[in-house]
Design a protein around this ligand. Structure first.
Ligand code: SF4
Ligand code: SF4
Ligand code: SF4
Length: 375
């Protein structure tokens, strides 16, 4: 095992290979507050990449309702139980990662789902935490809650799938940090399926190899966001590249949200993979639950997001989500207009910070008309 630095844990940790960061890292921000669980993303990926034989059960993109939803079944709870609690001391992780908790002779603490664990991808959908009492009225904060968590491969900086593969069939591209399975080398041992804590590698019984989200790299290479991003109805997603924390640039939208404003957080950072899909936590869910999913920064992230209506830069950048199919390398706000720019600083999209609101009176005395059925 090598010693590597994991900025999400605030410390060094053990990993099977030495630290080797790519020239730039594909990354994304998902705003959980805007997801409506329409599953358009799931189908956008399915129809593009996994419509073949042996791929029927695979959802490289899935959307689960928390707290009860999970795909495959209980993928998160099973590992959290095995990790025996997670302790943070401030922003430093004091517990063990899945690499540090690996049993003797193994590279990763993992488990392999059974076939039936993939059978109910929408289990727990729209089930809220707690009972809603008969006759209860909506109160704020919500006493009962749920939220939707959209998930793809995290294209981790320290991928457990890559570490676990005994044949070296999984690799992380130097040019963009995207993690891929070499189909020619893979022999279907499924150690990657066992090792990935997010369960985002899938075994194809027809080809006898493992397959996973490829971050739509043919699109990324063309400067276009992936399928599940551009088809997102809720406009919750933004794809781009993340700089190292000490080189963060305010003009880079991903850097701004992750490193500078710290409003977008990794999923289960305590596993130790330095995942590169970042989530704006749901602001109506309990802090303790958000901290278990997104780490100790959840409270500050929730407060920053709640303050967005008075924070024109943050609100402006959030308006850029889903506004263009192109990758947004830079952004800027001028007054009430927010622009997305490409790598050559050419403007590719411009959106207003505030949409105009027109309220038409139900009864128009000038024209003597009633505009609704219920004046
Ligand atoms: S999320 Fe899983 S499959 Fe994706 S890179 Fe990380 S360990 Fe590998
Ligand atoms: S990035 Fe592409 S391959 Fe990955 S889940 Fe989304 S659509 Fe599928
Ligand atoms: S398309 Fe967007 S809004 Fe719809 S479920 Fe997927 S992430 Fe959520």
């Amino acid at each position: 095992m090598a010693r590597v630095y994991n900025w999400q844990l605030g410390r060094d940790m053990s990993y099977w290979y030495p630290e080797k960061r790519p020239q730039r890292q594909f990354a994304a921000v998902f705003d959980t507050n805007k997801c409506i669980a329409c599953q358009t993303c799931t189908l956008a990926c399915k129809t593009t990449w996994t419509s073949g034989k042996g791929q029927e059960y695979m959802l490289w993109n899935n959307v689960e309702s928390k707290p009860y939803g999970s795909y495959p079944l209980a993928y998160d709870v099973r590992l959290l139980e095995q990790l025996d609690g997670q302790r943070w001391e401030g922003s430093r992780y004091a517990g063990r990662t899945i690499f540090e908790a690996a049993p003797a002779g193994e590279r990763v603490l993992g488990w392999r789902p059974e076939q039936q664990d993939y059978s109910y991808p929408n289990v727990g959908e729209d089930d809220c935490a707690g009972q809603v009492d008969h006759g209860a009225l909506i109160q704020v904060p919500h006493l009962s809650w749920f939220f939707y968590l959209a998930r793809i491969c995290n294209h981790c900086t320290y991928p457990a799938c890559l570490a676990a593969c005994p044949r070296g069939s999984i690799y992380k591209r130097q040019e963009d940090g995207i993690v891929l399975v070499d189909q020619g080398r893979c022999r279907g041992y499924q150690e990657c399926v066992r090792g990935c804590p997010y369960k985002k590698v899938f075994f194809n019984p027809m080809t006898g190899t493992s397959e996973k989200c490829i971050a739509c790299f043919p699109k990324i290479e063309q400067g276009v966001q992936p399928q599940c991003f551009v088809n997102c109805i809720g406009k919750i997603r933004l794809a781009g590249f993340l700089s190292a924390a000490d080189q963060a640039k305010a003009e880079n939208p991903i850097d701004y949200l992750v490193h500078l404003r710290k409003v977008a957080l990794p999923l289960f950072p305590q596993f130790g993979l330095e995942p590169n899909v970042y989530y704006i936590p749901p602001i109506h869910a309990p802090l303790a639950f958000n901290e278990q999913l997104f780490g100790p920064g959840a409270g500050a992230a929730m407060a920053a997001y709640r303050g967005a209506p008075a924070d024109r830069d943050l609100a402006g950048l959030l308006c850029l989500f889903g506004s263009t199919p192109s990758l947004v390398a830079r952004w800027r706000r001028r007054g009430d207009l927010v622009s997305g720019l490409d790598e050559k600083a050419s403007e590719i999209v411009r959106v207003p910070l505030l949409e105009p609101v027109h309220v038409r009176p139900a009864v128009d005395p000038t024209r003597q008309v009633v505009r609704t059925n219920c004046p």
